[in-house]
Design a protein around this ligand. Structure first.
Ligand code: NAD
Length: 333
């Protein structure tokens, strides 16, 4: 890991989101000033208010409510040394059908516009949120490494691959001032996880009694990554000595959804209520990261086990305002 550079002025796009808010918090803790950019604001969005609770009012933090697709971006990135680009429309399942235009605009066009602005403002480094979805299915392929085939199986995955390739192409233009690290996250979880994501939905099911829609047979495996590990990868990626690289960020183990349900039952003392549903188009059977490149380029090492991570998310969810425990006797359907 290089110590040549230091992050002083950062821009975090998607700062009102799950991972972006954690990245903003970590940067402030390290003494950087942070401009958060997001379409959502705590004024009009309860999730944004909750995510940004730890940073609003911090003297080093400012939030601009704006849209990367339509607003002028150069004024936001002028003077920044590092841009952490986390804004996007996430989620595989809703990316089919009519909403694809929104995915295309917010994930691809927004990234191209941001790269244009970074190059013309002389931003030194952009760290992009890419995704394991760029690979497609890891079943029968073993741990996925960055030089392997990228064959996304969902419109979302296609937009993330396009965004990644765009950012890397900009970084590789002659005399580009902006170098790029695209972090391919593998299923990030932890406090403030997006409400549509599995572990949060499982834990909430225990509190509310609402059954988890379990798509497929539960034997699909994911390489779950605790959010503080994803944040550590972002900080390392900001200063690593590279020009244009895609790097996996995983949790170090690929675990089945059924095993996660059992782990949650052990941790909480209650079974997650489950409603079985059909396999969904675009959902892959296996994700599994090869972390060799992350270790070599970023000095990255996942440090939070799935057991500890779920315990931390459960503790956060249990004490979070607005959540009331009921239905803790719910049983698996
Ligand atoms: N959470 C995961 O497990 C995971 C896995 C792989 C990749 N990623 C990627 O990481 C990033 C962050 O994911 P997350 O889970 O925190 O999602 P999130 O939805 O919580 O955060 C994304 C934020 O981006 C903002 N945004 C979207 N379009 C925008 C636009 N046009 N202009 C300004 N703001 C806009 C949203 O308002 C939201 O606050 C995304 O790029 C996602 O594709 C996440």
């Amino acid at each position: 890991m290089s110590t040549t550079h230091f992050i002083e002025r950062a821009v975090v796009t998607g700062a009102a989101g799950f991972i972006g808010s954690h990245v903003a918090e970590a940067l402030l803790q390290r003494g950087a000033t942070v401009l958060g950019v997001d379409r959502r604001s705590p004024r009009d969005n309860a999730l944004a208010a909750e995510n940004l609770d730890g940073v609003m009012g911090h003297p080093g933090f400012r939030l601009v409510q704006g849209d990367l697709v339509t607003d002028e971006l150069k004024p936001w990135v002028d003077g920044a040394d590092t841009v952490f680009h986390l804004a996007a429309i996430p989620g595989v399942r809703p990316s089919w059908g009519d909403s694809f235009g929104e995915y295309l605009a917010c994930n691809v066009l927004a990234t191209q516009r941001l790269m244009d602005a970074c190059l013309s403002s002389g931003v030194r480094r952009l760290v992009l949120a890419s995704s394991s979805s760029v690979y497609g299915d890891a079943v029968d392929r073993g741990p996925l490494h960055e030089e392997g085939v990228t064959a996304p199986l969902s419109p979302y995955g296609v937009t993330k691959l396009a965004a990644e390739r765009l950012a890397l192409a900009y970084a590789l233009t002659p005399a580009s001032p902006t170098s790029v690290v695209a972090l391919r996250y593998f299923t990030v979880y932890g406090p403030r996880q997006r409400p549509d994501m599995a572990i949060g939905r499982m834990l909430r099911g225990i509190l509310t009694g609402e059954p988890l829609r379990l798509y497929g047979d539960g034997r699909q495996r994911r390489d779950f990554t605790f959010v503080t590990d994803a944040v550590a990868a972002n900080l390392a990626a900001a200063t690593a000595e590279v020009t244009a690289e895609a790097v996996n960020v995983g949790g170090g183990n690929s675990v089945s959804v059924l095993d996660v349900l059992n782990l949650i039952a052990d941790i909480t003392g209650a079974a997650v209520p489950v409603h079985s549903d059909a396999h969904q188009p675009g959902d892959v059977q296996v994700t599994e990261a090869d972390l060799t490149k992350a270790r070599e380029l970023l000095g990255y090492e996942p440090s939070v086990s799935l057991n500890e991570g779920i315990e931390r998310q459960w503790k956060w969810l249990s004490t979070r305002s607005g959540e009331r425990r009921r239905g803790s006797t719910a049983v698996t359907a």
